[in-house]
Design a binder for this molecule. Structure first.
Ligand code: NAD
Length: 338
């Protein structure tokens, strides 16, 4: 397969730290870089990207096949609409948009313009969560009851900027809850029905006193006759003990340590119906962002599906926005409202 030219929309930390090392091994040549903040460009000098510009139209008009959009959250939808209109395939960072209407407009624009659109949730396609879904699908814990995700972490110092500010697109829900929904939705495999959440501000260094700790409960439809519940905790100011996930069934359970941590290989333990416990190998090894790029490359070439389709991205966003609305309006939100 020949290399594809890709333009980076957003000179972001995630683009530099996680994605840059993975483009070339997966058949992408980074040929353009866009950001609104020129002060970011010197940090990228070592990569010698042929076109570095603060003019999005110029980048979209250049000889690129695809874009990777990792700007601030409120810029995702307008930039994705522009990329679709320019006929470029799109790997879009989460959250796809700040509203369901805008996210649906992006999906429609990609369809109308005949470009591929995938969402860069890194967790669901990884070996750990693929293993957990396989164990559940194989009936190893019987019918699924519930899942609990602990995704409370300490936000690294260098990204404590717009995420914490009281600006559109900031906050822990659009940063982390949306990732947790991207894991839970395919695990349950039925529609999320309703969402209830509470959030507070805890981290003493969060000078804006914006919400940095959220707990969310989601009810999933009973495809097999049993109603199902999931619970998540996302936080920016919790340094210990690391992330984890528990999945409970009528006959057994699955416990995952470091379940939501991209830099550490998670471990999967199966609690069997007879009470014994077995560690399950996951075949971990490939970087999670490499998996996403490899599958995006195959998707563009009509040789596979992306890790997270636009429809799956929409559903993850719907759960996150329902959590936000639940906190704002102090009520449980039926998903059909979203
Ligand atoms: N899929 C993942 O695992 C993952 C991981 C990290 C980030 N992300 C997503 O990637 C995107 C970028 O995140 P990031 O942390 O790498 O972004 P970042 O803060 O490095 O940069 C994003 C953009 O914001 C601008 N910016 C940064 N600070 C600013 C400020 N104070 N005021 C105005 N503009 C500012 C930058 O110029 C850049 O265009 C976000 O949408 C985030 O949700 C995804």
């Amino acid at each position: 397969m020949p290399n594809l030219n890709i333009g980076l929309v957003g000179a972001s930390f995630v683009a530099a730290d996680r994605m840059m090392p993975m483009f070339a091994p997966n058949g992408f040549e980074v040929s353009a870089l866009f950001d609104t903040d020129e002060q970011r460009f010197p940090l990228w000098a070592e990569h010698q990207i042929p076109m570095v510009s603060d003019d999005l139209d110029a980048v979209l008009g250049s000889d690129i096949d695809a874009v990777y959009i990792s700007s601030r959250n409120e810029q995702h939808a307008p930039q994705a609409l522009a990329a679709a209109a320019a006929g470029k395939h799109i790997l879009l960072e989460k959250p796809m948009a700040l509203t369901m209407a805008d996210a649906r407009a992006v999906v429609d624009a990609a369809y109308r313009n005949g470009v591929k659109l995938a969402v860069n949730h890194h967790l669901p396609g990884g070996p750990v969560h693929s293993t957990v879904r396989r164990l559940v699908d194989e009936g190893r814990i019987g019918r699924l009851y519930s899942a609990r995700i602990n995704h409370a972490v300490a936000l690294p110092q260098k990204v404590r900027e717009w995420r914490l500010a009281p600006v559109p697109g900031g906050g822990v829900i659009l940063d982390i809850t949306v990732h947790d929904a991207s894991v839970l939705n395919p695990l349950f495999g039925t529609m999320p029905l309703r969402v209830s959440a509470l959030g507070v501000s805890q981290a003493p260094w969060n000078v804006h006193r914006t919400m940095d700790s959220v707990m969310t409960t989601i009810e999933y439809a009973a495809g097999d006759g049993l109603p199902k519940l999931a619970q998540t905790h996302e936080a920016f100011g919790v340094p210990f003990p690391g992330t984890s996930m528990e999945v409970h069934g009528e006959d057994g359970a699955i416990v995952v340590h470091d379940a939501m941590t991209p830099t550490i290989e998670g471990t999967v333990t199966w609690h069997k119906p007879d009470g014994s416990v077995e560690d399950i190998p996951t075949g971990a090894g490939e970087d999670l962002y490499s998996i996403n790029l490899r599958r995006f490359r195959d998707f563009i070439s009509d040789e596979g599906t992306p890790t997270v389709t636009s429809d799956e991205g929409l559903l993850a966003l719907a759960v996150a926005l329902a959590a936000e609305r639940s906190i704002g309006e102090a009520r449980t939100i039926p998903l059909e409202e979203m």
